[in-house]
Design a protein around this ligand. Structure first.
Ligand SMILES: Cc1cc2nc3c(=O)[nH]c(=O)nc-3n(C[C@H](O)[C@H](O)[C@H](O)COP(=O)(O)O)c2cc1C
Length: 260
């Protein structure tokens, strides 16, 4: 039986969005139905209430931050109401590891009243690098996402709504310690176009002067990767040091893992 489709995602650098929309587009072709999108990337969208119904299928995609669901989603996930809708959590990680991020989503969505019927871990270009998982998800990842969508559809059409066993451990990995905050610096090349203001998921870049960045940066790199003149970058030595470690140890290609 076909379902109403909604892609719900938080995706500062758009890799999670790409996976979510590939899966919903295959399902919508198969079921000849439309797709609703709830983009939780901007703060105003995360302040809203989201409630679903038993006829819905929610594809929920998000990046892995330090082996967990990004903490910034806590509030919106606490308020989300599944009301018996089916859900598929999809974590997207930067080729290091996804650790407890998928199990956490399965547990949270189940607690919110969703029936989790499948889950997937995909790989996206690392937020803090242009070399680690560069260009991913790529065409091979999207082919895997498409066949995953067909498996999800077959499972639903056969009336099987069982929950998959997913990888991960409880208690979940400790959150990153807060530490001294880091924020991006802005080079003189900045033209003040304001694109970074629009893409910042925390709304902390000053709309009248995008060189001014307030507190609360997630290091998501939406401003860094979207700036047309490469004016934003992380200068704090902790970020280049982390990038160096990641690019030294985690370059070997990982493949998506699917749980149906
Ligand atoms: C603060 C932060 C923490 C991250 N932690 C991890 C991690 O634990 N493992 C990993 O492989 N990638 C990690 N990443 C990389 C992202 O999960 C990855 O690049 C993802 O594709 C970004 O999704 P988006 O394009 O939807 O924003 C991290 C990125 C950031 C900004």
């Amino acid at each position: 039986m076909k379902r109403n489709l909604t892609a719900v995602y938080f995706s500062p650098t758009r890799t999670s969005r790409t996976i979510a929309l590939k899966i919903t587009s295959v399902l919508s072709d198969r079921w000849n139905s439309s797709v609703a999108e709830s983009d939780l990337t901007r703060p105003d969208a995360r302040a809203k209430e989201y409630a679903f119904a038993p006829e819905d299928l929610v594809i929920f995609a998000y990046p892995v931050y330090a082996g967990r669901i990004p903490q910034v989603l806590d509030g919106v996930l606490d308020r989300m109401k599944g009301n018996g809708a089916l859900a598929v959590p999809l974590c997207v990680y930067g080729n290091r590891a996804y650790e407890d991020a998928l199990l956490e989503a399965k547990n949270r969505l189940t607690a919110d009243g969703f029936s989790v019927i499948a889950a997937g871990a995909f790989i996206g270009e690392h937020s803090l690098s242009v070399k680690l998982a560069a260009g991913r998800p790529d065409s091979a990842d999207l082919r895997i996402a498409a066949s995953f969508a067909e498996r999800i559809a077959q499972k639903i059409e056969s009336g099987d709504f069982s929950a998959p066993v997913v990888k991960g451990n409880m208690p979940y990995r400790e959150r990153m310690p807060a530490g001294e905050p880091i924020r991006p610096v802005t080079a003189n090349a900045c033209t003040g176009c304001g694109l970074c203001v629009k893409v910042c998921p925390m709304g902390i870049i000053h709309p009248d002067d995008p060189k001014i960045v307030g507190e609360g940066c997630l290091y998501c790199s939406a401003c860094v990767k979207n700036c047309p003149v490469h004016a934003k970058r992380f200068e704090d030595p902790r970020i280049p040091a982390l990038r160096e470690r990641l690019e030294t140890s985690f370059m070997e290609r990982k493949e998506p893992e699917l749980f149906v």
